[in-house]
Write a protein that binds this ligand. Sequence first.
Ligand code: ATP
Ligand code: ATP
Ligand code: MG
Ligand code: MG
Lengths: 266, 266
Amino acid sequence: IVTAIAIINQKGGVGKTTTAANLSAALAAAGKSVCMADLDPQGHLSLYFGHEVDHNHATLYDVLADDVAFADTLVPVRDKLFLSPSTTDLAAAETILAERDDRNLILQKSFALKPPTQDFVIFDCPPSLGLLTINTLSVADEIIIPLQPHFLALQGLAKLLKTIELVQQHLNPKLIVRGILFCMYETVTRLGRDVVEEVRDFFEASRNDDTPWAKARVFQSVIRRNIRLAEAPSHGKTIFEYDAKSNGANDYALLANELLNCYRPT
Amino acid sequence: IVTAIAIINQKGGVGKTTTAANLSAALAAAGKSVCMADLDPQGHLSLYFGHEVDHNHATLYDVLADDVAFADTLVPVRDKLFLSPSTTDLAAAETILAERDDRNLILQKSFALKPPTQDFVIFDCPPSLGLLTINTLSVADEIIIPLQPHFLALQGLAKLLKTIELVQQHLNPKLIVRGILFCMYETVTRLGRDVVEEVRDFFEASRNDDTPWAKARVFQSVIRRNIRLAEAPSHGKTIFEYDAKSNGANDYALLANELLNCYRPT
Ligand SMILES: Nc1ncnc2c1ncn2[C@@H]1O[C@H](COP(=O)(O)OP(=O)(O)OP(=O)(O)O)[C@@H](O)[C@H]1O
Ligand SMILES: Nc1ncnc2c1ncn2[C@@H]1O[C@H](COP(=O)(O)OP(=O)(O)OP(=O)(O)O)[C@@H](O)[C@H]1O
Ligand SMILES: [Mg+2]
Ligand SMILES: [Mg+2]
C-alpha cells in the first residue's frame, strides 16, 4: 500500500528538490520502490535525473488537463526509482485547472482511478501555494517541510500550516505533517541554532492541539550545507552515486532511516 | 528622472530580496533617493524592513486591483528610502488581474498616471514568471538578474531571457537587461567557477545580437556567501546597519558603485 509524501514549502530555494531526489534515492537503496512526481513547471527534479522530454509519453500535464492516470506517466530512472516528469506545459495547467469546479482534486481523482503500486510517492512542489501545490496536498498522506533555518522560516511555516489545515478540513481529512527537515544547515551560526530552537518550541507547544501537525516531529537528521549536494545533479547523479562518503549522502541516508522508523510498530 | 530596475529570477532563493534590500540601501547611502516595490505576495522585502501592515494605507494590491497610483502607496522606511509594501492579498491579485484584457499593463499604467519622483525604483519579484512578474517587466527600464552559480542556473536564465524578449517585443520596447549578479557565491568551489564561466561565455557570444541583453554585463561585483546577510533582516536592519565591515556590506557597496558608474557618461 502506497505512502504519498509531499515535499512542501512556498519559500524558494530551501532544498525541496534536493530532498525529493535524494530522500527518494535513499529509500530505494533501503529496498523500497519509490516514484517521484515533479509538480514544478520549472521541472528541476526531472532535470536532476537527466530526463529528456518524450512527447509520446503521458506527463503530469496530461494528468491535470486530460484526466490521464498518474500511474501511466511513470518512467523508470533507477532501480526501484520511477519519475513522473514535469514539462513547461505545467505552467499552463494552473490556468486551465482554474476553470474546473474540482480544480483542487484532479490529482486525487487520478490516484483513485489507478492507484500507484510503489511503496512511496514523493511529490516535489514549486515555491508557491497555488493549484499545483493544493492538488498535491489533496492527494498526499503526509507532508515533509524542508526549512532553511533563516529569518522568516517561522513566518513562512505559520502560513504554510494554515494552508495545510484548510486542505485537511475541506479536501483531505487524512493529511498529516510527518516532520520538519532542516536543510542547508550551517552548524556554526547563531542564527541557525536560534531558528531551530524557535521551531522546536513551536511544535512542542502544539502537541495537544487537534491539528494536522500535532504529532509532527522536527527530524533529528538535519541536512548540512554541503557543496556536493549542489554538484551531484550537474553530473546527473544522486548524492549516493556522486559522493557516497559526503556529509550530504550521510545526512540523507540518516533521514531515510529515521523516516522508515516512523512506520515500524513500536 | 526615475530609473526603474526589476530584480528578477524565477528560481527560488537566489538572493532577489536580499539584493533588493541592500542594493537599495547602498544607493541611498550614495545619495540617491530610492523606492522599493515588494511584488511578492510572501512580502519578505516588507518584512525585512519590519513594515507593519497599515490597513488605512494604499498598497500594491490597490494599485493592481483598483488602479490606485503607485506613488500613493509609498511609505518612508529610512533616509531617502521608501517602500511600496506587499500584502498577502497580492496572491489574489493574480486571479483578479487575469480577467482584464490589459492585465500585463496595470503597473505600467499606474506609473504613467503619476510617475514616481525618486531617482530609482527597485522591484522585488516572486520566484515565478506569472502576472506580477510580467507587470513588473512591462514597467521596468532595466533588469538585474541575481544568479546562484549552481546547476540549472544557465537553464533558468535561458528561459527567463525568452520571457524578457517577449515582453520587450510586445509590451515594453525600452526594456534591457542591465546585468547578471552572482549571489551566494562560494569562492572555493569548482561548480561556482564553472557556472560563472559558462554564463560569461554566453553573454560574450550574444554581444552582436539584437536582443535586450546584447549589452548586458556580468557584474564584476559578486555577492559572496556571508551569514551576516541572512542575520541582518532578523534584526530589522540593512547589512550596512547590521555589520558595515562584513563581506556582505562590502559586496553590495561595490555593486551600487558599479551600477552608478553605468549611468555616468564615459
Ligand atoms: N544542503 C545543501 N548544501 C548545499 N547546497 C544545497 C543543499 N541543498 C540544496 N542545495 C542547492 O541549493 C539550491 C537550491 O536547492 P533546491 O533547488 O533543492 O531548493 P528548492 O526548494 O527546490 O528551490 P525552488 O523553490 O526553486 O524549487 C540548488 O542549487 C541545490 O543544489
Ligand atoms: N550572500 C548571501 N549569503 C548568505 N545568505 C544569503 C545571501 N543572500 C541571501 N541569503 C539568505 O538566503 C535566503 C534566500 O535569499 P533571498 O530570500 O534573498 O532569495 P530570494 O531569491 O528573494 O528568494 P525567493 O525566491 O523565495 O523570493 C535568505 O534567508 C537570505 O537571508
Ligand atoms: Mg525545487
Ligand atoms: Mg524573495
